[in-house]
Design a protein around this ligand. Sequence first.
Ligand code: MLC
Ligand code: AMP
Length: 465
Amino acid sequence: MDLLGNAAEQTISIGGRALHRAELMERAAGVAAEIAGAEAVAVHATASLETVIAVVGGILAGVPVVPLPPDSGPDERAHILGDSRASLLLAARGAYEGGASGTEPRQIPVDDVPAGKSVNVETFGDATAFILYTSGTTGPPKGVLISRSAIAAGLDALAEAWAWTPDDVLVHGLPLFHVHGLVLGVLGALRVGSPLVHTGRPRAEAYAAAASEGGTLFFGVPTVWSRVCADEDAARALRGARLLVSGSAPLPVPVFERLAALTGHAPVERYGMTETLITVSARADGDRRPGHVGLPLPGVRTRLVAEDGTPVPADGETPGELHVQAPMMFGGYLNRPEATAASFTPDGWFRTGDIAAVGPDGWHRIVGRASTDLIKSGGYRIGAGEVENALLAHPAVREAAVLGTPHPDLGEQVTAYVVADGVDERRLIEFVAERLSAHKRPRSVHLVDSLPRNAMGKVVKTRLR
Ligand code: MLC
Ligand code: AMP
């Protein structure tokens, strides 16, 4: 399995800096030699060529890569580094300002590593390629183990569905520490052999500029597409593209329609999760339906199950929890056998936690989530429990409940209800920001006298809304 494909010629460009594939592979081979044998390697995952060199180096060395969100706060970072046991950290020189605690891994500046000779990737079989940390409903983020074969299967299924070939020029500006930007947006380009133009940040003008320079295939989360629609000139510049793809969160129907009207392209929607990679998608050669995420990809099976465990009919209306079986499935949560077991049914289906309806023709529509404790804001997955724990670490906070509330640009925003003495809203937002990534801090904090609880003493979040 040649996970990274075998393109002869390819350019990877990030924020205006470009690297030819041959040079990328040589520099990554140098990194691979430097980290060979490590249990896991952390990468300070800024949107940069150094991140791509480091990640490819990990893959060439057969060492699991742990992408660290560059803005992760000290608590979050300490958890990820400790849980993954990453003993080394790759970063662009001078970019990482981690804490000085004794648990910090040894830093290797990617810029200082001499280029190496090409490496045979096959040697490492089906090793874990990534440990991707992602929020659950409670507690700190869990490490999702993603194998090389899952990535290969996931990318090949997408290439087929989207008719993605080396003739495409992929454009996006998504973060390089999640499935969307990193697995699809970097490894996808390498495996398919299409050049990549990463715009640094996913701004509308940058997408427009990349379109006028030959970009054909564009990735974005719904917030990005909504911002593109708000900039009509930028949207019109996308008329020359081949395919616009939306995913990571629900694309609102009005954004779908506006984007189609302005660009001439009805967007292709696809659905996935860190744990499963992308499993359901519309096709380049097929229908695009607003409010729908498409059909299961080749090799994927799905089913809908009611709360009492009975099957739900595929009538396009009746909602049920979406279960998935797929070759792109993760290999479990690191160090958490119980959480891994709980995420599968006894008969071997992964419980996505998403509520869907499926039509008689197999088209899937995501209608919500089973739990109010997972929030999707700007395409980022945020666990209410992690934000509640950060708030509760403040000495003045007695109780905290966090939930997602509708936001016109981000889909949902993080909203907190807090019982506290003598501390204001702004200070609490700052307090969370000092501990966790920027997107996890609440947009608004409501100070309340008490939280609504049921007879069991559990907070009833639906009553807070
Ligand atoms: C954020 N800001 C705040 C704040 N929260 N300021 C005050 N109070 C708060 N509570 C700051 C930000 O740090 C930023 O500052 C500024 O406000 C604007 O923030 P924003 O509105 O969030 O916008 P932006 O930073 O532009 O980000 C929007 C976005 C981003 C869409 C670019 O959310 C994004 O990159 N999302 C992609 C997430 C993703 O890749 N998900 C994929 C998961 S994988 P400043 O100073 O920085 O401007 C997956 C699988 C699958 O889901 O299916 O794909
Ligand atoms: P993450 O693990 O960050 O990949 O988040 C996965 C979650 O994002 C899924 O469980 C869904 O709730 C949501 N999601 C991803 N893609 C879509 C989509 N196209 N439509 C609706 N929700 C989506």
